[in-house]
Design a protein around this ligand. Sequence first.
Ligand code: NAP
Length: 306
Amino acid sequence: MSDAPLFGKVALIGIGLIGSSIARGLKAVPLAGAVALADRSDEVVARARALDLADVVTTDLAAAVADADLVVVCVPVGACGAVAEAIAPHLKRGAIVSDVGSVKGSVVAQMTPFMPGHVHFVPAHPVAGTEHSGPDAGFAELFHERWCIITPPPGAAPEAVARLTRFWQALGSKTEVMAPDHHDLVLAITSHVPHLIAYNIVGTASDLEQVTESEVIKFSAGGFRDFTRIAASDPTMWRDVFLHNKDAVLEVLGRFTEDLIALQRNIRWGQGDQLFDLFTRTRAIRRSIIDQHQDTADPDFGRARK
Ligand code: NAP
């Protein structure tokens, strides 16, 4: 087997949680001969240099992608079109261009018109994250044992899809191929609407006038605390997710609202059997998530005992 890295040069645009985690992963696994990072923010670039995240760190997107064999766009979903337009004239012939956006249909629609015919555009979404953002938040193990969903457009070159798949697998991910619309519906129910529910419950609690904020914080271990972790996620990223996955989120939210009203009726009319049946079904789902190593079985999500 050849020891040559998978790509001569990899360029990452956007040095936040995801971009800096990939950069750290590339230090741990030699997949690239050279790595260039670019971000629009001088402050972020200075921090990434101080952290020694790559060979080249710059605010010049064109210079970063020049000669790159793989370009991964790691900016909020709403900025993907502008980044595609900025880098398009500087892309190397035959390069693979990908992204990490949490929404796929909109990213494909935004980026495709700018992609030159001589590059391979293969979007992807690593389903791995935390509530933190910025270059300090990243870590190489972020993708370990997590799914990366690859959404190649019809007619994508199989060799380009295979190389991007190998890239994510070498960073520790399990990979799956999906159509963008299906991805957006699956993520609406598994990620986007749960985040919206967390933002909403934390907002409701902070508006409750009869309960003081200190009580909300003091007694938060009753369940509220777990919502606050999700509701601490990056406001820019999540604003863009909801604006760009509007149809699927509204579809799932419609179903959710109907089910919530049904629960409200069950409580009002004392229909304990219905509540018990649902809570039994949901407990089984939690068990399958643990069985598939997607979370810890420890009580209280593995928090250290006090
Ligand atoms: P992040 O930590 O906020 O970092 C994004 C970086 O991109 C910031 O430094 C931002 O700079 C920069 N940026 C924004 N617009 C830009 C532009 N036009 N040109 C160059 N740089 C630009 O975000 P993240 O959490 O890494 O998320 C990045 C992408 O990954 C998003 O599309 C998100 O949907 C996806 N994703 C996130 C997670 C997660 O849990 N966080 C998980 C999976 C996928 P400014 O600060 O100046 O705006």
